[in-house]
Unconditional design. Structure first.
Ligand SMILES: NC(=O)c1ccc[n+]([C@@H]2O[C@H](COP(=O)([O-])OP(=O)(O)OC[C@H]3O[C@@H](n4cnc5c(N)ncnc54)[C@H](O)[C@@H]3O)[C@@H](O)[C@H]2O)c1
Ligand SMILES: O=P(O)(O)OC[C@@H](O)[C@@H](O)[C@H](O)[C@H](O)CO
Length: 488
């Protein structure tokens, strides 16, 4: 349902050229003949970031030729992305950036862009009978779950939200003055409103880089309902709400001022909020959609019974090697994925890590050799400026799901897992040297890094995955690897 202002450019300066046409539905319709009315909202989305706009909103845009599936997209923490997009009627330019040039398209599947603090609006949309699904890209941190997968009550926002839910889910009307702050609590309030409105089935579709993301979301929401003593909401969840697991893939870096200028120069649109992504895209989904969904398969999405092998392939091979590059590549002075993977030493570390990981993936149906070759090509695309500093954020959570499972599997098979150990060593060295990007573990991470000698390795690894400490050889090996990175 998008317009067709496809065009080619090769990027530009950081200046927005004077003039140009403001991007909004009236101007788009006048220029291209596209429908000027937004599609009716049938999808609510939490986490209006770059990835949602490059992935789910793009899939919906391509699939929804009849303009029937509009998205109401909510930011998670700051209103800025919603304000910028609302000023453009939800429209934005998607820059598909290949090694040869840019292809730019206006995406119009977001019908409403809303500040996440507007919990009233979210609740209204989730309760509406026309709404069929809720998608999420709130980052791994946004689920606010502890290492045991349960709501992290040590997080003050979660504790406050449980209190709010306890007082409001059973009340005749929600008191939104102290409305929930965390994504799952907001969603649970919406589900309770949907129960009251008598609307039927709803599918909740997690699109974050987490293993078993559907099941994790399901367990987190059920546990919140339990903590809030919300029996009726819990029963409604069990009867009417399904949780869909997904493996999602499209490398999407942060937009830069140069990208804004490139759109203006290539298309004439004055767009404050474009998104850059790679041409590659993949979406594998598993679960029930009781109230329907867009025909995402028209854009290449696949629906499978067992998502686990796809999920592990992507999380370990792509995200695992991204995490490797973020610490081991950065230690060698590299700034972006393409720079780091262009360093033959670092590239060989990536290949070694992949060799460890693929031993624990099914050989059938995953085409692992082709997948790895394609990954190298994607990482080599130097026109995508994917910053290692961005990828390296929240390493404790990411190492837990991307590296630790491979290392544990290698050790269980009687091998050393040297390539996985190297990633942990690079991360430990960066933590000790104060070179780590921001991490949700904050003070605990700083305290662990400040401990002396092997103690710091033990304390740091505990933050990643306490199970790693059950094998003393891992601590010794990570200490040695960290020593090697400290001297890089
Ligand atoms: N960017 C990619 O290449 C990519 C690819 C695959 C999957 N993903 C998944 O999508 C997520 C978002 O990536 P992005 O590129 O859109 O990032 P982004 O920074 O552009 O957007 C993140 C969104 O999540 C919200 N958010 C952040 N922290 C939150 C919190 N604690 N609670 C609630 N909401 C919160 C933000 O407000 C924003 O709306 C990633 O963390 C990852 O799980 C990203
Ligand atoms: O988005 P994050 O922070 O979970 O991880 C950083 C990258 O590894 C990730 O965004 C990949 O680019 C993406 O998963 C590719 O599909």
């Amino acid at each position: 349902m998008s317009d067709a202002t496809g065009t080619e450019s090769a990027g530009g300066s950081a200046e927005i050229p004077a003039g140009g046409l403001g991007l909004n539905r009236r101007n788009l319709s006048a220029r291209t003949g596209a429908a000027s009315e937004p599609a009716p909202v049938r999808i609510a989305h939490l986490g209006l970031g770059a990835f949602h706009r490059a992935h789910q909103a793009w899939y919906t845009d391509v699939a929804d030729e009849a303009n029937e599936w509009g998205i109401a997209a909510f930011t998670g923490r700051s209103p800025q992305a919603a304000e910028e997009l609302a000023a453009q009627d939800g429209l934005y330019s998607l820059i598909e950036r290949s090694v040869d040039g840019d292809s730019i398209t206006v995406i119009d599947s977001i019908s409403e862009a809303v500040d996440g603090a507007r919990v009233d609006r979210l609740v209204e949309h989730v309760a509406a009978p026309d709404t069929a699904l809720v998608t999420l890209t709130v980052t791994e941190d946004g689920y606010a779950l502890g290492a045991d997968g349960r709501p992290d009550l040590a997080n003050p926002s979660v504790a406050a939200d449980v209190e709010w839910l306890r007082h409001n889910l059973g009340a005749a009307e929600f008191d939104l003055s102290g409305a929930p702050r965390t994504a799952l609590a907001r969603l649970l309030a919406g589900v309770e409103a949907r129960r009251r409105s008598g609307a039927g089935a709803l599918a909740i579709v997690s699109c974050d880089n987490l293993p078993e993301n559907g099941e994790l979301t399901r367990a987190g929401i059920f546990e919140l309902a339990e903590l809030a003593g919300a029996t009726a909401t819990r029963e409604h969840l069990a009867e009417h709400v399904t949780f869909v697991s997904t493996s999602i893939d499209r490398i999407t870096p942060k937009t830069t001022p140069a990208d804004v200028a490139a759109v203006a120069a290539a298309t004439g649109w004055r767009d404050r909020s474009p998104v850059v992504t790679e041409p590659f895209h993949d979406w594998v989904l598993s679960g029930e959609f009781g109230a329907g969904r867009p025909a995402w398969e028209k854009a290449g999405a696949r629906f499978v019974d067992d998502i686990d092998p796809f999920e592990r392939r992507k999380l370990w091979l792509l995200n695992g090697s991204h995490t490797l590059l973020a610490y081991a590549g950065a230690a060698r002075g590299h700034r972006t994925v393409a720079e780091a993977v262009g360093d033959p030493e670092v590239r060989s570390w990536v290949e070694q890590f992949w060799a460890e990981a693929v031993r624990h993936l099914p050989a059938e149906g995953l085409d692992l050799d082709a997948y790895r070759a394609a990954l190298l090509e994607r990482f080599d695309n130097a026109r995508i400026q994917h910053l290692l500093g961005q990828i390296g954020q929240d390493g404790t959570t990411k190492l837990r799901v991307r590296i630790a499972p491979v290392l544990r599997a290698e050790r269980a098979a009687g091998r050393g897992g040297e390539a996985s150990v190297r990633v942990l060593g690079a991360w430990v060295a960066a933590a000790r040297d104060g070179r780590l990007p921001a991490d949700r573990a904050g003070d605990a991470l700083a305290a662990a890094a400040a401990a002396s000698g092997e103690r710091s390795v033990v304390d740091l690894l505990r933050l990643v995955d306490p199970e790693l400490l059950e094998d003393p050889a891992i601590v010794a090996a990570v200490s040695r690897a960290a020593g090697a990175f400290a001297s890089v």
